[in-house]
Design a protein around this ligand. Structure first.
Ligand SMILES: [Zn+2]
Length: 333
């Protein structure tokens, strides 16, 4: 399991953390893993994100090299994990997610039972074949992740968030020069050249985080960093998104509800759909989020139990929100 990680191509791996998973999963004492392959020759500079590797657009294409070897469900886990992390923290729009062609640009993902890694930080891997490797099986590598189906799915999501951090140009937090002595993990992979804020133990990019990849949750520092890195693009594009129009709800033959809408103008990265149920006394329960979908999506299906419901939709872009649409009511049989 502690397979040798290859850093000869500048790859960034989280192989060291496999041993950490064991500690976390089985409740043992957490310790930072022993270094496997240390860059003794490499000067450790202050690093967090690598300015020279940032993408020139907030819209970044993604494709799959071998989609037939990864289930739809597993691919959706990656898409959701990325949308719920980096794309929620900043108006980053990862789009496409189709089979790669020879000329595909952007992030090219191969599913393989190997150590997850990217071939270079950020846009350095733009269009690079197998530029990102993600593991969905965890038999040859990271077998702790295949200890249960829940664990396997969690690992897919957590690792996707970490690797997409690299794909956005973020280096390992513990590579920073101001890493405290208490963090024993050795620097790994390419360093950044811009540090943001204090050294961040909670970062999903920090091997010394006692929570493996922070379980795919971005820390406050991660959110600050991604917004600092792409501020020059965000400030020019992210005015507040506008409320979706023509929101309608319809009951389908199978008693599911279809919510449709039209985007208003440009600049939204996602839509959020909320549902609220009517109580017996005619008032409404607190709304729940039904779904958060990519900007290209214009409908959402929902299967509520019997009752009277109302739905509304808003557009978001990073942390900016449009006003909610008016509620649309429907009776589910
Ligand atoms: Zn990494």
């Amino acid at each position: 399991m502690m397979s040798q990680s290859s850093l000869s191509n500048g790859g960034l791996t989280i192989v060291q953390k496999v041993s950490a998973i064991i500690f976390i999963v089985f409740g043992g004492f957490f310790a930072c893993a022993d270094p496997i392959d240390v860059h003794d020759s490499e000067t450790v500079e202050k690093g967090y994100y690598l300015k020279t590797s940032l993408w020139s657009s907030l819209d970044i294409p993604v494709c799959w090299e071998n989609p037939n070897q990864i289930s739809n469900r597993d691919r959706q886990l990656v898409i959701s994990a990325v949308n719920e992390s980096w794309s929620s923290a900043a108006p980053l729009n990862f789009y496409g997610w189709e089979r790669c062609t020879n000329s595909s640009q952007g992030i090219r993902i191969r599913g393989a039972d190997d150590h997850p890694h990217v071939k270079g930080l950020g846009a350095v891997s733009n269009g690079t074949r197998d530029g990102m490797v993600l593991n969905f099986d965890f038999k040859n590598w990271g077998s702790t992740c295949s200890s249960s189906e829940t664990m396997r799915r969690d690992c897919i999501k957590w690792i996707a968030v970490h690797e997409f951090g690299h794909a956005l140009g973020i280096a390992h937090e513990h590579n920073r020069e101001d890493t405290p002595d208490s963090c024993k993990d050795s620097p790994q992979g390419t360093n950044g050249d811009v540090t943001v804020g204090e050294w961040d133990l909670d970062s999903t990019m920090n091997y010394c985080n006692p929570i493996y990849t922070n379980h795919g949750q971005l820390s406050v520092g991660d959110v600050e960093t991604i917004n600092a890195a792409y501020r020059h693009l965000i400030s020019s594009t992210s005015s507040e998104p506008r409320t979706p129009r023509r929101v309608s709800v319809r009951l389908r033959r199978d008693n599911s509800v279809r919510v449709t809408w039209k985007p208003t103008g440009q600049g939204q990265s996602h839509f959020v759909i909320e549902r609220s149920k009517q109580k017996r006394n005619g008032t409404w329960r607190a709304p729940n989020t039904v779904a958060k979908v990519n900007a290209g999506v214009k409908r959402q299906y929902d299967s509520p139990r019997r009752g009277t419901y109302r739905y509304r939709v808003k557009a978001i872009n990073g942390r900016k929100n449009s006003e909610w649409s008016a509620w649309k009511q429907i009776i589910a049989e």
